[in-house]
Design a protein around this ligand. Structure first.
Ligand code: NSP
Length: 271
């Protein structure tokens, strides 16, 4: 569309018309126009800065479909409404035990990256060490639950989705992968479980009583606080990161969400 022309004045038989741009310049003055542009640019910059301060929430809004897919999966919803198939639950339990063992090595690699790359102004090492300690308990918890449910852990063969996920973790352990990217993935992995299982503990849910302990494991307030601390570390790192690193971190987040969906799918006989 061409510029809008404003009729301004008739002088004798001559009429003078201006383009809208010129009109604004005449009407409000040149400097005013520049002021407006400056204000607009400042507003855009502020918006970008705010987004960068809380990059995670910006991404979760942008990728809400896959995020909801990972945190409100039919397996989780079946626990929440009490219709869960116990064979599915036992499949998940056995597969997750294998995953968590690989996950420990991944977290150790994140700890090494933190030591090498972080200024540790946010106490990253303490948060990560707390996470390692929680994983130690988690492994013991899986052993206890497996014996309670009659799942023989030594017989479990990792399924394709589990192997793919563990391979992905291994790729993140490479020294080529930056701390910011690895900790983004780490936060996302923990956050999906926290959000999923906390959903099963909300008021009015029908979660079976013998599955409450499982939901409490990741849905409790302490685990929620730990995920919040991880999120703050990630947001602080992303606010200072270069564009290339930010892009890689966003891709890592999406990869985690896809792997989590595939992981839940396994419980229902998926690959
Ligand atoms: C697949 C998966 N994702 C996350 C978590 C939580 N540590 C877990 N145990 N398993």
């Amino acid at each position: 569309m061409g510029p809008t022309f404003y009729f301004i004045k008739s002088i004798g038989t001559h009429s003078i018309s201006f383009s809208s741009k010129l009109y604004k310049q005449v009407r409000f003055g040149r400097s005013n126009n520049r002021e407006q542009r400056k204000e607009k640019m400042q507003a855009k910059k502020t918006r970008e800065e705010v987004e960068k301060i809380n990059m995670i929430d910006t991404w979760l809004k942008k990728h809400s479909l896959i995020y909801v897919g990972a945190t409100r999966h039919p397996f989780i919803l079946s626990i929440r409404d009490g219709t869960v198939n116990l064979t599915s639950f036992k499949t998940w339990l056995g597969q997750d035990y294998i995953f968590v063992r690989a996950f420990v090595s991944f977290v150790a690699s994140v700890l090494i990256k933190a030591w090498k790359e972080s200024d540790d102004s946010g106490g990253d090492m303490e948060v990560l060490l707390g996470g390692m300690a929680a994983l130690n308990d988690e492994i013991q918890w899986f052993k206890n639950e497996a014996s309670k449910w009659g799942v023989q852990l030594s017989d479990i063969v990792p399924q394709k989705a589990n192997k793919d996920y563990c391979r992905f973790l291994e790729s993140l352990m490479s020294s080529e992968v930056k701390y910011t990217v690895a900790i983004t993935a780490f936060w996302a992995i923990e956050a999906v479980y926290q959000q999923s299982f906390a959903h099963c503990l909300e008021d009015g849910t029908n979660t079976p009583s013998d599955l409450q302990v499982t939901c409490q494991r990741w849905g409790n307030d302490g685990f929620g606080q730990y995920c919040h601390s991880l999120k703050q570390i990630v947001n602080r790192r992303l606010a200072k990161a270069l564009d290339d690193e930010i892009k890689k971190a966003e891709v890592a987040l999406l990869d985690v969400l896809e792997h989590e969906v595939e992981f839940w799918n396994m419980s229902d006989g998926g690959a």
